[in-house]
Design a protein. Sequence first.
Length: 428
Amino acid sequence: MSVAAAFMLLLFVIAGAIGMPIGFAMIVSGFAYLLVTGKDIGLVAAQGINGLFSSFILLAVPLFIFAAEVMTVSSISTRLLNFVVLIVGRVRGGLAYVNIIVSIIFAGMSGSALADAAGPGKLMIDMMTRDNRYPRAFAGALTAASATIGPIIPPSIPMVIYGAISGTSIGALFLAGIVPGLLMGLVLAVQSFFVARRKNFPVEESFTFSEARVTSIRAVPPLMLPVILLGGIYSGAVTPTEAAAVAALYAIILAFVFRDMTFSTMWQTLLASARGTAIVAITVVGALFFNYVVAGERIPGMVAEWIASMSLSPMAFLLVTALLFLLLGAVFDTLLMLLVMVPILLPSVHALGIDPVHFGVVVIVNMMIGLITPPYGELLFLISGVSKIPLAEIIREIWGFIVTLLVALLLIILFPDLVLFIPRAAGY
């Protein structure tokens, strides 16, 4: 690595440490690299614009963000929540299972962990903590942990970005996320089962037949969204990008039909979506230039040679990669790791014969666990902000859920067929 590249990395770390947004920190340090090396500073813009406009699949990202924003402000989340309470609320600790199942269902709509936590997650915390039925720290920690399922079960914004970076089939990645996502939900449910018995969590009141019928009917339109979305992708009727547009349109239609959306709230939703998209776009631009420097410095090749010299098996490489991402996820932004670390590691992935679909799912599950890992757990900050539960309380409770999700991650690494058998059965 050259002195200029080392200086760029040092400046990036300093910028991030003083609180500069990750995307801006990468762009600023990129400018510094160009100035030190005497290159045209327009390369930052050139790399960013060329990267954004050459990848049609990235258009799915703002569309999924918009669809998630619409679902958050409408009654879609409430309808789904009431339906799941009807199904599993009558067991001890039922609202804990409701929390997990709602996250699984919402995962099939938004593709975003943060959207899951901000929308149905907030409603779940309010319901669980009402009249002190559940400890607020448990409610907050479980909501954060279950929200990590969002980008694993398709559709998934991180999978779209990974596919664009690696050239991997988005459809295969989406299919590969189904079993791991359900596995994450299962291990969280098992943990909740034992906690519910130990702490004697309450049982919800039963529904009357009339209430059950109305609740079920009201949930049908929202439940059709993942059916339309995934059915369209896997039948070949639409591409993932077109499916994102369908999801956004369907969410808008439901919001207006349910009379949740006015032109005023639509404008606010568009603004929120634009802000979310801008954050992602700026980070992508910064990462694209970082990757330009990384490629120019031959860092991926050097990493591949170093790994080859260690004679790691594919399984050992995946375990080491998982440990690396877990450590980095505790202090760095997850999108940064996806955009910068994955291109560095991909040559080694191909050299070791690791399936890039399996590797992608392992990396994204790692990233999601990073979202709830202190001290830099974005979901922890979000949950604390929307629920007013002190961050320290959530952190004390989150460790058990982190261990549980690590068990799921280990199973995903050790048994690749959990990830790959559905894509292979579909012909990918």
